[in-house]
Design a protein around this ligand. Structure first.
Ligand code: ADE
Length: 280
């Protein structure tokens, strides 16, 4: 995969040289280029922003430097240009242009999974009040444009969001995480939160590791872990259970959900009206 990031603060992306993502770059599993938007300006002051039409607070990013930068990035050829699914048939697919924004669609594990299957991603980091909207319309000719939000809060710009998204996507690329098993049993991979984990010593400051984990009974351990996932998800993220496919749950799991105040109705979990707690 090739990733390009365009930003007025290229130094912000320096952490992508570290740890697993840095190693993936060194190993040639991921090609990542960071571009300074100001290199695509033409005036002496390297201006990237201007006042908003219609008035209001703050500044808006000017369209032309973005068009210049994105056109240059779109024209660049990845080091790993040959085959790949996108190159088959009617020529290479358009790169995906991800525009981090609190006004975007939610970036989820499912989105990370989907984007990890692309050959080329480009991230456009907006600052100030955002990028002139006409850039998105123009860019749609060259890219599949996807404004994406990390969550319902406002950051100062797209860079921190890009750090998070590139890490979430990059770790799903083949060979990046040493043991691919660890990608299977983690929060959100199956629509649930992960079960709690423990290591040695088995007793620490008067607190014991749950006995089942020391039993050697792998069936019982797997069941305990699943039930802990249900308990945690019900407690912390009951919204996730609305999407959970409960049609094929074994009887013991239905009982576990019943204990948490949920019945299975038409293959979905339904919170009993008389269930305690404050989760809706
Ligand atoms: N830029 C500013 N806030 C953001 C958010 N919540 N997600 C993604 N990009 C952003």
């Amino acid at each position: 995969m090739r990733i390009d990031v365009v930003s007025i603060f290229p130094e912000y992306l320096a952490p992508l040289e570290l740890s697993l993502i840095g190693k993936a770059r060194q190993d040639g599993l991921l090609e990542l280029n960071v571009h300074d938007l100001r290199d695509f300006t033409t005036d002496r002051h390297r201006t990237v922003d201007d006042t908003p039409y219609g008035g209001g607070a703050g500044m808006v990013m000017k369209p032309e430097p973005w068009a210049q930068a994105l056109a240059a990035v779109a024209a660049a050829t990845p080091d790993s240009a040959e085959a790949g699914p996108a190159a088959a048939g009617s020529g290479p697919a358009k790169p995906v242009l991800i525009v981090p924004s609190p006004a975007g669609e939610r970036f989820t594990q499912a989105a990370a999974q989907e984007l990890a299957g692309e050959d080329r991603l480009v991230f456009a980091c907006g600052r100030y009040e955002g990028i002139d909207e006409r850039v998105m319309e123009w860019a749609a000719e060259h890219f599949t444009v996807r404004p994406m939000s990390l969550g319902d809060y406002v950051l100062n710009g797209g860079e921190v969001a890009v750090l998070a998204m590139v890490e979430a996507i990059g770790r799903l690329l083949p060979g990046v995480v040493g043991n691919p098993e660890s990608l299977v049993e983690e929060s959100h991979s199956d629509g649930l939160l992960e079960y709690p984990v423990y290591t040695k010593p088995s007793s620490w400051r008067d607190r014991d590791v749950p006995a089942v984990l020391l039993s050697g009974n792998h069936g019982k351990i797997a069941q305990w872990r699943r039930h802990e996932q249900y308990r945690r998800t019900a407690e912390r993220r009951p919204d996730l259970l609305e999407e959970f496919d409960a049609a094929k749950l074994p009887r013991a799991d239905r009982t576990a959900f019943a204990d948490l105040g949920y019945d299975v109705v038409d293959g979905h979990l339904s919170r009993r009206a008389d269930a305690g707690g404050d989760s809706a």
